[in-house]
Design a protein around this ligand. Sequence first.
Ligand SMILES: N[C@@H](CCC(=O)N[C@@H](CS)C(=O)NCC(=O)O)C(=O)O
Length: 219
Amino acid sequence: MIVLHHLNNSRSQRVLWLLEELGVPYEVRRYERLPSLAAPPELKAVHPLGKSPVLTEGDLVLAETGAIVAYLAETHGHGRFQPERGSPDWWRMQHFLHHAEGSAMPPLFMKLVFARIPSQAPVLIRPVAKALMRGVDAHLLAPRLAELFDYWDAALADSGWFAGPEPTIADVMMSFPLEAAGARVGFGARRNLPAFVERVHSRPAYRAALERGGPYAYA
Ligand SMILES: N[C@@H](CCC(=O)N[C@@H](CS)C(=O)NCC(=O)O)C(=O)O
């Protein structure tokens, strides 16, 4: 039996979405974030890194969302959620599978962390911390994020999906950065990005995943 170790308000939501799309039986073990937003220590008993998601099936204990969605498509997908192996769309899918955690999430995560720094600094240096973070945002993060958003907007222009005419595990992976980007930054005039998020959120499997996972801040 597949078991998904799921942390509230986390990347793990997209694994639930894929499991629902594939219609495979699975069990969800839910974990609640600590007030610091860290995962609770129990997750370390499942995987040494103590992060979510972790998927187990038989003897397999798999962390990293990209590896988990690739495993699910490969072993339970029966050809669904992947273009034809070796085709240009399949390579586009590979690109976005890696891009989601390797290139999209780091600046979004930095944005979240830097935004919190001023409120956690001692009161006396708070104005300095605020000015410093504003500078980092304006000169480093904002231009990098704008470049990424333009890239995604163009990638979605043809079909509304990231790798060909049908949804694939690339879309599953990219759903979290786009949800986070919409909530933390905003898309400006780029119409394909909010349309993608709406397209994902309106799928019956996504709605079912929300019910299995519990409240999720980005939907
Ligand atoms: N690249 C990893 C990131 C895993 C990760 O950082 N998960 C977050 C949830 S969004 C987590 O467990 N955070 C709690 C913590 O770091 O303690 C993946 O895609 O699975």
